[in-house]
Design a protein around this ligand. Structure first.
Ligand code: PEP
Ligand code: MN
Length: 339
């Protein structure tokens, strides 16, 4: 349930409600909106005397949260959550659409610095690149690991871009959080619940990819794990799901963007690289994602896709990204967003 405070409720009055809620053994999450504060209460409500809380000073009403994902739901918060990332604090979920670009994997310092310069110069706000790679085959390139993280940090220092990189195991959380601005939880780990819980105290925003066979409810419940563990900064990333269709690597269901925008206040971005598997499909699906209302994109961009150590076939070149960016800006403007 959520306790909706009247506009103008003081900090002491909100605290009084929190104290009451805690007395009933419930967990409280306070959400401060622009004109009013709500206190979301999670836990077993059977013994709660709702009337006692409802009569507390400056309480407007109590409403049940019907969605199974409580904190992520628009029932708790109507306005979009903005999550500031990187040294320039770019707000994902704000009026401007944010583009995150970079190679699938960190391969060398020379490669990363070159791509970072290129994507920065055309207006990307963050650099992606895996230092720890979750590969389907144990014989495939597994990433440069901590050396890769150091290279990404160097690219951030040089360009001001935020660094988005994946954390694949519990044992790496602290190390990756030390270097990254945004921690990516990959599709394969969307239901790794201990890892999701560890994100609660990682101290950095989380980019949570959709599991390749996850429903939207399961995905939002995965986000709920992170929020419930203490980290409200979750960015959802639609990266396609596995279907019978084999013309694409994954089927990219862009209708999940408007669905999520009505179900959750969390920012939603789209990954058309993993969502299609083919570089030529990436620009059209980027355009479609922005038109559908995505708050941003994460895409793979490589200076030499033919020789990439992973996912070259779905990586666009910096030149293709340079052509795409002004088009995305025009689409963003056409639907009333800033470019
Ligand atoms: C990636 O971003 O390189 C990646 C492995 O993505 P996903 O988890 O969506 O497969
Ligand atoms: Mn990849």
């Amino acid at each position: 349930m959520i306790v909706v405070m009247k506009p103008g409720a003081s900090a002491d009055q909100v605290q009084h409600v929190i104290d009451l809620v805690r007395e009933y053994g419930l967990k409280d999450h306070v959400i401060r909106g622009t004109d009013r504060t709500v206190v979301a209460c999670i836990g077993d409500k059977r013994m709660v005397d709702k009337g006692a809380i409802e009569n507390a000073p400056m309480v407007e009403r109590i409403v049940p949260i019907l969605a199974p994902y409580k904190m992520a739901s628009t029932e708790v918060k109507k306005t979009k959550t903005q999550i500031e990332i990187g040294p320039e604090r770019f707000p994902i979920g704000g009026p401007r659409v944010g583009v995150i670009a970079g190679p699938c994997a960190v391969e060398s310092e020379e490669q990363i610095l070159r791509i970072a310069d290129a994507v920065k110069s055309v207006g990307a706000v963050a650099l992606r690149g895996g230092a720890y790679k979750p590969r389907t085959s144990p014989y495939a390139f597994q990433g440069l690991r901590e050396d890769g993280l150091k290279i990404l940090a160097k690219a951030r220092e040089r360009t001001g871009l935020a660094v988005v990189t994946e954390v694949i195991g519990l044992e790496h959380v602290e190390r990756v959080a030390e270097y990254a601005d945004v921690l990516q939880i990959g599709a394969r780990n969307m239901q790794h619940y201990p890892l999701l819980e560890a994100m609660g105290s990682a101290g950095k925003p989380v980019l949570l990819k959709r599991g390749m066979s996850a429903t939207i409810d399961e995905w939002l419940l995965a986000a709920e794990y992170i929020i419930n563990a203490g980290n409200p900064d979750v960015i959802l990333c639609e990266r396609g799901i596995r279907t019978y269709e084999d013309h694409v690597r994954n089927t990219l269901p862009l209708a999940s963007v408007p669905a999520l925008n009505s179900m959750t206040h969390l920012p939603v971005i789209v990954d058309p690289s993993h969502g299609t598997g083919h570089a030529y499909m990436v620009p059209p699906m980027c355009r479609a994602a922005i038109a559908a209302g995505a708050d941003g994109l994460i895409l793979e961009c490589h200076n030499d896709p033919e020789h990439a150590m992973s996912d070259g076939a779905q990586s666009i070149t910096p030149a293709a990204l340079a052509d795409l960016m002004p088009v995305l800006r025009r689409i963003a403007q056409a639907i009333g967003r800033d470019a």
